[in-house]
Design a protein around this ligand. Sequence first.
Ligand SMILES: Cc1cc2nc3c(=O)[nH]c(=O)nc-3n(C[C@H](O)[C@H](O)[C@H](O)COP(=O)(O)O)c2cc1C
Length: 184
Amino acid sequence: MKKEIVVGVTGASGAVYARRLLEVLCRDAKVHVIVSDIAAKIAGHEGISFEGLNAEYHGNDKLFASIASGSHKYDGMVVIPCSSKTLAAIANGYADNLITRTADVCLKEHRTCILVTREMPLSKIHLKNMLAAEEAGATIMPASPGFYTRPQTIDDLVDMVVARVLDHLGVEHNLAPRWSGSDA
Ligand SMILES: Cc1cc2nc3c(=O)[nH]c(=O)nc-3n(C[C@H](O)[C@H](O)[C@H](O)COP(=O)(O)O)c2cc1C
């Protein structure tokens, strides 16, 4: 059966991660997209557009949307990139917009909730919020690609992060090489 996934895009740097994830997900899954106001501005600044995707778009203020209710069955959610502000809201159950409400629903319904955080350095507040979100059932996947596959381009680095997210969603892909061991 087709997966149904919600993708929330918030105002951290790295809109390119969201665009790439959406491109892949929209091929096979039913996808809901929510972009916060500041995320849309930052994406424009970073040269990324979320237009033209085969997805259902929701305004972040639309708390009457289907996905705001636990009774609407979907497989899970990814917040990518996830700002420290949205992380704080999710970690504390402060569900005042559709992105944080949907994450709240995923956690209470024990559905997949992946937070692709991006900030550096991390304050004690950020770290505590990550731990609280993880303990509530979220998966924290910082946007920090590895270099052991010798990426050649920015696209390779983006794909490495998106590939791990897809793995956790249980979506098949061929985005990045898999480690098959070394004699070293
Ligand atoms: C250009 C720009 C880049 C930003 N990058 C980050 C970032 O990487 N991580 C982060 O946590 N916040 C970042 N912020 C701050 C967030 O956008 C801000 O906290 C905002 O309130 C997040 O709102 P949202 O989570 O509702 O999208 C950035 C802001 C700007 C203007």
